[in-house]
Write a new protein. Structure first.
Length: 250
């Protein structure tokens, strides 16, 4: 990459960051250059502790042009998609467990003979304790926003990403995140144009718990199995005692 191209790239990055912060409005935001993943995780952990005392939820935002659009109500004729209060109100009418069952039915293989293949064998993997998206953000700038709510699931209404390639709508995300927060202490912690990562304080401890949760994850985000680990039980093996959950929609 030439000097001029690098300059243009850096300018675009700055523009995206400035626009995202402006559109978040009343949020206190910090810009962090990612040099070391563990260092960023330490900053996040401290912000999480501070947020519990001060009444905010920290959210890492990976800036991009699409993330700017996610915060722009003018890019969609359906203002309810972007309106924060509407999203939160609609989420209150959703039964998260029933939604996850419906989404699982939709993502399951059409051919019954493939059911066994998608289930797979359980094998406990290494714990996941850092946000995977940070690995792709080395030497880039990210935003740590203090979202002014003590209800962590509501951050999906502040940054309404979704509704594409089988990614659930923002109100569905809010409903599911609330369900997982109440059950696992799972806080939406990082968002990009096609990723959510959650920080989990009460992860599953047993194979049975992990397998049940993995089927919910598969329904919520089929790509993490279809284009990721390959089987639901392989996914379950990554969930035991892991403090980070990763969802990606192609």
């Amino acid at each position: 990459m030439g000097i001029f191209d690098k300059f243009k790239k850096n300018k675009a990055e700055r523009d995206y960051i400035e626009k995202i912060i402006a559109k978040l409005g009343c949020c206190d935001c910090r810009i962090i250059e990612v040099k070391d993943v563990n260092a960023v995780m330490s900053v996040y952990h401290q912000a999480l502790l501070d947020g519990k005392k001060e009444g905010f939820t920290p959210l890492i935002i990976i800036p991009s042009e699409i993330m700017v659009e996610c915060l722009d109500t003018e890019v969609d004729n359906d203002d309810s998609f972007h309106d924060r209060e509407t999203i939160i109100t609609k989420a209150q009418e959703i039964h998260a467990k029933e939604l996850l069952k419906r989404l699982l039915d939709e993502v399951m293989p059409m051919d019954e003979d493939e059911d066994g293949d998608i289930t797979g064998e359980f094998l406990a993997e290494g714990q996941i304790n850092h946000f995977q998206s940070l690995e792709d953000a080395i030497n880039k700038k990210i935003i740590l926003a203090k979202i002014p709510t003590d209800k962590p699931w509501e951050v999906a209404a502040w940054v309404p990403m979704g509704g594409f390639n089988e990614c659930p709508m923002p109100d569905e995300q809010v409903a599911v995140f609330k369900y997982w927060y109440e059950k696992y202490g799972a806080t939406p912690a990082l968002v990009s144009q096609d990723v959510w990562e959650l920080f989990v304080e009460i992860p599953p401890k047993t194979q049975e718990e992990s397998e049940f949760l993995a089927w919910e994850h598969f329904g919520f985000c089929g790509d993490i199995v279809w284009q990721g680990v390959g089987t639901v039980n392989s996914l379950a093996g990554t969930l035991i005692n892991s403090s980070v959950w990763y969802f990606w929609w192609d």
